[in-house]
Design a protein around this ligand. Structure first.
Ligand SMILES: [Zn+2]
Length: 84
C-alpha cells in the first residue's frame, strides 16, 4: 500500500515533494522504514551495516515544487561578519 505524504526535502536542493512513507504500524519495521543488518566479510569479520528498506513502502519521491533557498539561511551562510 502506498501512503503518500507531502514532504519538504533539502537534498539535493530545497523542494516540496510527494513521497511514499512506511506504515507506522508495520510489524516488520515498526514504522522505521527498514531494518539495519550487520554483515561480515569472507573472514567473518564485521564489515559494516546494510540498511534494508522494508517492502511496506517504496523509496521514491516526486518533486512537486522546487523551493527557493531561504533568504535568511543564505545570509547566514554567506555572512561576512567574523565569528565572535
Ligand atoms: Zn515496514
Amino acid at each position: 500500500m502506498v501512503r503518500l505524504r507531502l514532504k519538504i526535502t533539502h537534498c539535493p536542493r530545497p523542494a516540496l515533494t510527494l513521497a511514499d512513507t512506511p506504515r507506522p504500524n508495520c510489524p516488520t519495521c515498526q514504522g522505521a522504514g527498514g531494518n539495519a543488518h550487520d554483515y561480515n566479510d569472507d573472514t567473518g569479520k564485521y564489515a559494516g551495516t546494510r540498511w534494508e528498506p522494508c517492502p511496506c513502502w517504496t523509496q521514491w519521491a516526486v518533486i512537486l515544487l522546487p523551493l527557493p533557498r531561504w533568504p535568511r539561511r543564505t545570509l547566514t551562510s554567506h555572512s561576512a561578519e567574523p565569528p565572535f
